[in-house]
Design a protein around this ligand. Structure first.
Ligand SMILES: Nc1ncnc2c1ncn2[C@@H]1O[C@H](COP(=O)(O)OP(=O)(O)OP(=O)(O)O)[C@@H](O)[C@H]1O
Length: 390
């Protein structure tokens, strides 16, 4: 079975609005109190709406303890450990998800960050694992080493025996196969006695699978934690463009890395242009500006845009400096800029009509991990973002 955990905060949108009032480049940011618009009820995607309503309205289930929810599914010593750690009352997502997860069906957990998804899927995992067997029975795939370390810590805490239980069944073991870790040491461990649960980043997982060191034939549960695909980011951009209907906008995308070029991958900028042009309700007139275009092509692209407004330009940072397209009302940081100076230069492509009272916007699409980066820019450049959710 597969169990997917995604967070609504996965893709965050931060928008700062710029009012340009002076002739010189001096951003006059509108300060707004950050608003958290994403505080909506967690949603279990695989539930039908009536299921959720029925459950939330049932008094008994809303007052249930974790013990009651786990009884008959999770071994008693695990429940005692869960209580010992301090988890007694389920969070809303646990209350809604656990009965569903115990039923053995595949599930997407989609809820805001910090709502308790990790405990929900770990409890489900502990309900099916046989700790007496020496075989990998559950795999958690994480996007970053940091998240992997955090999940491993929680899994090991729950897997430990409750303090009053000295003897009793063997507790399950948890191995972290994370990028930057000591994979050689793990190889011997995997050969000697496979762990019950593996937490892995994609790179390390592939290495171990390719070398046939890690075997997943006994794996019963797969969790993909923090699902965030490029596609999801694309969809967020699309929704933004549909809601904003910008008169003229520039979408900034990172340059393709040398590694990706060598691997023969298509440049991210081309992929995004293709996506926008092929999306339903499409944008037929998307322009492109990037380093790899020759000088004449770049000049032609710019002079075409200068001919009037109504453009959607997808560009790398090559367009962040010196390019004067006064009609630009919206900037979208599809990929977050390298540093605060680059942020400022990108933002400075908008609001270039000194006496216009048109409001211009700079919107950054970021993941949870990038949140602190944007905060750094805010501190350095002394502006404040409003947080949106799409
Ligand atoms: N039932 C509970 N009772 C008390 N604390 C809980 C409970 N469930 C989870 N927590 C605590 O809430 C915090 C957030 O939980 P967790 O990390 O599982 O959230 P998450 O939804 O997985 O977040 P993210 O999306 O950021 O990974 C943790 O400190 C965890 O220990």
């Amino acid at each position: 079975m597969a169990c997917f955990s995604a967070t609504q905060l996965h893709t965050l949108l931060w928008t700062s609005s710029l009012n340009r009032t002076s002739h010189h480049f001096k951003p006059n940011y509108t300060y707004r109190t950050p608003k958290f618009l994403f505080r909506q009820k967690p949603l279990i995607a695989s539930f039908s709406t009536s299921d959720i309503e029925a459950r939330t309205e049932t008094k008994d289930s809303s007052t249930a303890t974790l013990r009651e929810l786990c009884h008959g599914h999770v071994p008693e010593h695990v429940i005692r450990r869960v209580e010992e750690v301090g988890y007694v009352i389920p969070t809303e997502v646990q209350l809604l998800a656990l009965p569903f997860l115990y039923s053995g069906r595949d599930c997407v957990l989609h809820a805001q960050t910090g709502s308790g998804k990790t405990l929900a899927y770990l409890l489900q995992m502990l309900s099916v694992i046989d700790s007496q067997r020496s075989a990998v029975q559950a795999l958690i795939v994480v996007p970053t080493r940091e998240l992997g370390m955090q999940v491993t810590k929680v899994a090991r805490t729950l897997a430990a025996k409750p303090s009053e239980l000295k003897s009793g069944p063997k507790s399950c073991t948890v191995m972290a196969l994370l990028d930057g870790g000591m994979l050689n040491r793990h190889k011997s461990w995997l050969k000697a006695e496979p762990p019950t649960i593996v937490v892995a980043t994609m790179g390390s997982l592939c290495q171990m699978l390719e070398k046939h060191i890690l075997k997943l034939d006994s794996c019963q549960v797969l969790v993909v934690d923090e699902v965030c695909t490029k596609r999801e980011k694309n969809q967020v951009l699309l929704s933004l463009l549909q809601v904003d209907s910008p008169e003229s906008a520039i979408i900034f995308v990172s340059e393709q890395s040398e590694k990706s070029k060598k691997a023969g991958n298509a440049p991210p900028i081309t992929l995004l242009v293709d996506f926008l042009m092929s999306s339903s309700g499409g944008f037929s007139n998307v322009s492109l500006l990037e380093e790899d275009m020759n000088f004449n092509k770049r000049a032609a692209s710019l002079s075409e845009l200068r001919g009037g407004g109504g453009y959607l330009l997808v560009a790398t940072d090559i367009a962040a400096r010196g390019v004067d397209l006064p009609e630009t009302t919206h900037i979208y940081n599809f990929d977050i800029p390298k540093d605060a100076v680059n942020y400022l230069h990108r933002a400075g492509r908008t609001g270039r009509k000194p006496f216009s009272d048109k409001k211009c916007f700079v919107t950054s699409i970021i993941t949870v991990e990038e949140r602190f980066v944007l905060q750094r820019f805010e501190n350095e450049l002394m502006f404040c973002c409003e947080q949106l959710f799409v």
